[in-house]
Design a protein around this ligand. Structure first.
Ligand code: PYC
Length: 312
């Protein structure tokens, strides 16, 4: 007799074009504890589930998964573990906005404030009702300013290493045009930059963010290379937070002043910050953006399927 199918209920949303697949039931029991502890169990014992949800044939390289888990802090509405085609994210800004809009769609939250627990820490958020939500991210900071690396085919490239919930290398002077037509070239260039940054003293960096002039009335346009080789269709919440850390530390943006970050496809996040500890250079980024639900689905996991656990 065939083994019964495992049914996994998901809601797909997109935040400024960047997809989030939220697992609302049928996921693994990770045994409780903090969300950081549950991530360890997920990674060590249930990694096949990650692949089954976001990799082909059910998913693709762009989708970020969000597993809802019990929070350890009773004041939190939910815990969230974000994952992608190659692993796990400490935090995800677009994903958090997607989860909030999904929870609203399910009737599990009312407009107003809510707290969410992630492996990188607590996130305070606010659902406006409808499609707009905002969040105060985990603390961001600039780790290393003006790091110069030698990139094969490009020469010397200088950027900042910053944390915004994930690690970023932020580059303003790169000589590339930030347009959709140029995306294949931007993927190649940013991939080469990441390799050079990793090899030259910063193995933690897994996202590369290129900046250019605004094209839709914002302050700046970006292109963000994600860990699994896809580019972020949204302006990247953690990347925008890292950018705020860079601007704030350089004295280029005052606390509370809005910074409108455009993505490579023209979607926007509005961001600002307050200092958490000015001496230590840590700040609290606040981000606001819109997300839309676009599918309710049941994934079927059939262990007789040779690609049940995703194409690696
Ligand atoms: O919005 O933080 C973000 C994010 C990280 C990777 C893709 N999006």
């Amino acid at each position: 007799m065939n083994a019964p199918l495992q049914r996994v209920q998901v809601i797909d949303s997109h935040t400024g074009g960047e997809p989030t697949r939220t697992v609302i039931s049928g996921g693994p029991d990770l045994g409780g504890g903090t969300v950081a502890e549950q991530l360890v169990v997920f990674r060590e014992t249930q990694d096949a589930f990650r692949r089954a949800v976001v990799n082909e044939p059910r998913g693709n390289d762009v989708i970020v998964g969000a597993l809802l888990v019990p929070p350890s802090d009773p004041t939190c509405t939910a815990g969230m573990i974000f994952f992608n085609n190659v692993g796990y994210l400490g935090m995800c800004g677009h994903g958090t906005l997607g989860v909030i809009i999904t929870l609203g769609h399910l009737g599990r939250i009312q407009p107003g404030p809510l707290s969410l627990e992630t492996p990188a820490g607590m996130v305070q958020a606010h659902w406006e009702g409808g499609h707009r939500a905002s969040l105060t991210n985990v603390p961001a900071y600039l780790k290393a300013q003006d790091v110069t690396v030698e990139v094969p085919g490009l020469g010397e490239v200088t950027g900042d290493v910053a944390w915004g919930g994930n690690w970023f290398f932020l580059v303003t002077r790169h000589g590339e045009e930030l347009s959709r037509a140029n995306i294949p070239r931007l993927l190649e260039v940013s991939g080469n930059i990441r390799q050079a940054v990793n090899a030259q003293g910063h193995p933690e960096v897994d996202h590369v963010e290129l900046f250019g002039p605004p094209q839709s009335g914002g302050n700046s346009r970006n292109f963000v290379l994600c860990p699994g080789g896809a580019y972020d269709r949204s302006p990247c919440g953690t990347g925008t937070s890292a950018k705020l850390a860079s601007l704030a530390t350089r004295g280029l943006l005052e606390p509370g002043t809005p910074w409108v970050q455009e993505s490579i496809i023209g979607s926007t996040f509005t961001a600002s910050y307050t200092w958490l500890d000015r001496e230590a250079g840590t700040l609290l980024p606040r981000l606001s953006g819109t997300a839309h639900v676009c599918a309710e689905a049941t994934l079927l996991l059939d262990t007789a399927d040779p690609f049940c656990w995703g194409i690696i």
